[in-house]
Ligand binder design. Structure first.
Ligand code: NCD
Length: 290
């Protein structure tokens, strides 16, 4: 399948190549695809991924067609396959999709235009991971040997699952932390306070309430007290260490209000990098390289 569905089958060199390409674009390289059309198809809520893809497409001179899943024939029971196949036959050059269904793209194997995965269930979020990696690379100029702890609702997070796999492959040491009810076996557990003191990258996650089958055991104020990143905790971090978060952030839950934009935070830089990474991904796919 063309496009970018998961990072799992993307070679390490290809990942580094995409990051380098995004950095070139950030530094002024002009790439343009006038006359091309790409559809965005979001079955789940999104601000950053949706509009960052849209900005990336517009920056590439590509016409964006936003498919409104509320008013399209999806509401009449049309399948994802038939919806995407329709766009292919309408002459569209690519489709960006977000869905709550894990690996929805497996049913799109016969589609001949590039598909860009904007997140599937709890499984993959490839462009988010790439923008995270780009931000880390800009900071440290390498991945090998860096320590990262992802903190929070690991079990329900496609960001955590995608990042753990690819970061380990790139030579990073990855840990997870947070309440027991959110911990799975995707990486080695480390206590929160130890993580704060020893990591190069602290990556926080939003509690994914919409994916929970049962109510969270602890209260929000307990969560903040035990696992929230506060100014006092930030003061215990290593001097060069950085704070990341895919956002949306819930201020006062996983992160204190005054930490969101503190000097160690790269949260808004991640968002800016998202546009360049998505430009690099779409451009590579339209050039037949993805
Ligand atoms: C994340 C997502 O949707 O997986 N957000 C994003 O894409 N930037 C994380 C989240 O919703 O918490």
């Amino acid at each position: 399948m063309k496009g970018l569905l998961t990072l799992k089958d993307l070679h390490k060199d290809k990942i580094l190549e995409l990051i380098e390409y995004a950095l070139q674009i950030k530094n002024g390289l002009k790439v343009s695809y006038p006359g091309k059309k790409v559809v965005t198809l979001f079955y789940e809520n999104s601000t950053r991924t949706h509009y960052s893809f849209q900005c990336a497409l517009l920056n590439l001179g590509i016409n964006v067609i936003q498919c409104n899943t509320e008013t399209s024939s999806v509401q009449k029971g049309e399948s994802l396959y038939d919806t995407v196949r329709t766009f292919e036959y309408l002459g569209v050059d690519g489709v960006v999709i977000r869905s709550s269904q894990d690996e929805y793209f497996k049913e799109l194997e016969n589609i001949n235009i590039p598909i860009f995965n904007g997140g599937d269930g709890k499984s993959n979020h490839p462009t988010q991971s790439l923008l995270d990696l780009m931000t880390i690379y800009e900071e440290y100029g390498k991945f090998e040997g860096l320590k990262c702890c992802i903190i929070g609702d690991i079990a329900h997070s496609r960001v955590a699952h995608t990042n753990i796999e690819v970061m380990e492959r790139l030579g990073m040491e990855v840990y997870i932390s947070g309440p027991e009810e959110f911990i799975d076996d995707s990486a080695k557990y480390i206590p929160f306070d130890e993580a704060i003191k020893t990591m190069d990258v602290i990556m926080l996650l939003r509690v994914q309430f919409e994916r929970h089958e049962e109510k969270m055991e602890m209260t929000i104020s307990d969560y903040h007290a035990r696992y929230g990143l506060t100014k006092e905790k930030v003061d215990c971090m290593k001097e060069h260490a950085i704070i990341m978060h895919p956002a949306p952030v819930n201020r006062g839950v996983e992160i204190a209000d005054d930490v969101v934009e503190c000097s160690k935070s790269r949260i808004f830089k991640q968002m800016a990098n998202g546009v360049y990474i998505r430009m690099a991904v779409v451009s590579s796919a339209l050039d037949g390289k993805l």
